[in-house]
Design a protein around this ligand. Structure first.
Ligand SMILES: C[S@@+](CC[C@H](N)C(=O)[O-])C[C@H]1O[C@@H](n2cnc3c(N)ncnc32)[C@H](O)[C@@H]1O
Length: 363
């Protein structure tokens, strides 16, 4: 009996060590993917038009001849992570086996030319300036710094973006690709179309490079659309859509007026108190009759932290903690409190795409 109990205990320990190692080294998955993207592996496989052997892949990438076997190690991890498939076929009868790699739907959307490419988002997420704050998380819990981003870069995320042009560009392009991905679903969504009926004006507050507002302007040509964002983001931007313009401003001081105020991925950047301030300014910008705020953000389910979708939300919550001052993902109860404190009367939640929801808030 004793030895069976010991065997159980030791199996538990072995499983625990495996579990730990998989977590200790989980950043290697991201680094391998980053490497594959930077080497252009996805484009080479795609352009090849059929599964590609390691030697052909290696030749096309012009990597150092001594590194071909290392390339197979990157590929193996990314096969495990479901970014590539590895097919084995026999040639010359059964004598020789040949292995070839292909893309999966998970890597297709990272191709640079994919119409909904998320490659720009990956460049922002994998940027060393985005990763560095994570190293300061535990010290931030004990010191007075406003965010781990401050600890890493000595200024807020927004101040840093205003000064470091390259980082600002990587961020705006990353967010643009996230918006392009969503816009497709949003403008074709039945409830969203109904919501837009009879609407004459919409302002996308913190609308970045205008990707989402452009898609809305194209889909609803009678609606006069405005992107309202910080000067460092919208300065010099021109729209190809006649019904879209860019306006510089600070949402804490006032918001460009419109019947609909759109806030996509804005409120999760800020603390509850600052969200209330932003929403109060948005409320002043819309008519009290017929005006609406549309928030596109996540809604955390406090009773479900185990599904894949929940993991996605929890990881984004950590990202907000690292980068922003008081930034967080919220449960419905937390959203409700903010809406009440900002003086709104009611809201509806519409799940639209993956972990994101559309929250319609009414004065
Ligand atoms: C997370 S990004 C979201 C961008 C865009 N809505 C999207 O989802 O692709 C947050 C945006 O808020 C803007 N922003 C930050 N502070 C702001 C302020 N005080 N007034 C107006 N916009 C602001 C940023 O410049 C940035 O474009």
């Amino acid at each position: 009996m004793g030895s069976i109990a010991n065997e159980h205990a030791s199996q538990e320990l072995v499983d625990a060590k495996t579990h730990l190692t998989n977590h200790f080294l989980s950043h290697q998955k991201g680094m391998a993917l980053k490497c594959a993207l930077e080497l252009g592996i996805l484009e080479v496989i795609h352009n090849h038009g059929k599964p590609i052997t390691l030697s052909k892949l290696s030749n096309s990438l012009s990597i150092h001849p001594n590194k071909t076997s290392s390339l197979s190690r990157i590929m193996n991890l990314l096969v495990h992570c479901n970014f590539f498939t590895k097919q084995t076929s026999s040639i010359n009868g059964e004598e020789e086996e040949i292995e070839a790699y292909d893309l999966t739907p998970n890597s297709h959307i990272l191709l640079k030319d994919h119409p909904l490419s998320l490659a720009p988002l990956s460049r922002f997420v994998f940027n060393p300036d985005s990763i560095k704050p994570g190293f300061y998380l535990s010290s931030w819990f004990k010191n007075e710094d406003e965010s781990p981003f401050h600890s890493a870069h000595e200024k807020s995320f927004w101040e840093y973006g205003a000064q470091v042009h390259e980082y600002n560009e990587v961020f705006n392009e990353g967010m643009g690709s996230d918006s392009r991905f969503l816009a497709n679903t949003l403008v074709n969504n039945r409830e969203f179309k109904e919501l837009m009926e009879g609407i004459e004006s919409l302002v996308d507050v913190g609308g970045g490079d205008g990707t989402l507002a452009s898609a809305i302007a194209r889909a609803f040509p009678k609606v006069s659309c405005t992107v309202f964002d910080l000067p460092q983001v919208v300065k010099g931007l021109k729209s190809v859509e006649k019904n879209l313009k860019f306006v510089e401003g600070d949402m804490f001081e006032g918001v460009h007026p419109a019947q609909i105020v759109l806030l996509k991925n804005i409120l999760h950047d800020w603390s509850d108190d600052l969200c209330v301030k932003i929403l109060e300014k948005c409320k002043e910008a819309i008519p009290s009759k017929g005006g609406k705020i549309i928030i596109i953000d996540m809604v955390l389910d406090p009773n479900n932290y185990t599904s894949n979708e929940s993991l996605n939300k929890l990881l984004l919550d950590m990202q907000m903690m690292n980068l922003m001052i008081g930034g967080k993902e919220r449960t419905e109860q937390e959203w409700n409190n903010i809406f009440i404190n900002a003086g709104f009367s009611h809201y509806n939640i519409l799940p639209i795409q993956g972990p994101q929801s559309v929250i319609m808030v009414y004065p």
